[in-house]
Write a protein that binds this ligand. Structure first.
Ligand code: SF4
Length: 120
């Protein structure tokens, strides 16, 4: 699962190529003198190029972001969203035992009734 999202604002890129020097595979020089983010997709809403990356590619891209003089590269952790989802799932799991408890009580009542009937 990807854990980080790179957002590249190509509009503000001035083609300093500092990112290319750090991670050429991710930030190759483009024909117009700027760079491209390899395999990125364009987000029409944000007007930025986006790419999800794994933990193993985080450090090198973080370095690329840090050397960019115009902060055209922003990396955010997306693991947080997954963690929130997991907590919600855990809450549901906690609720289930309560429901079972309710069922057990019902069962006990039935058993007690049966016991009474047998005694009569
Ligand atoms: S370091 Fe920043 S300004 Fe320079 S090429 Fe890379 S993204 Fe563009």
């Amino acid at each position: 699962m990807p854990k980080y999202k790179i957002e590249f604002d190509r509009e503000v890129c001035i083609g300093a190529l500092a990112c290319t020097a750090v991670a050429e595979n991710f930030w190759p020089k483009a024909e117009d003198g700027k760079v491209d983010l390899t395999n990125a997709t364009y987000n029409e809403k944000t007007k930025k190029w986006e790419l999800n990356i794994d933990e193993k590619d985080y450090e090198i891209n973080k370095d690329a972001a840090e050397v960019c003089p115009v902060d055209a590269i922003v990396i955010t952790k997306i693991e947080d969203q997954e963690t929130k989802q997991e907590s919600t799932e855990n809450k549901e799991e906690i609720q289930n035992p309560n429901e079972n408890q309710g069922n057990n009580e019902k069962q006990n009542t039935v058993e007690n009734n049966s016991f009474s009937i047998n005694n009569n």
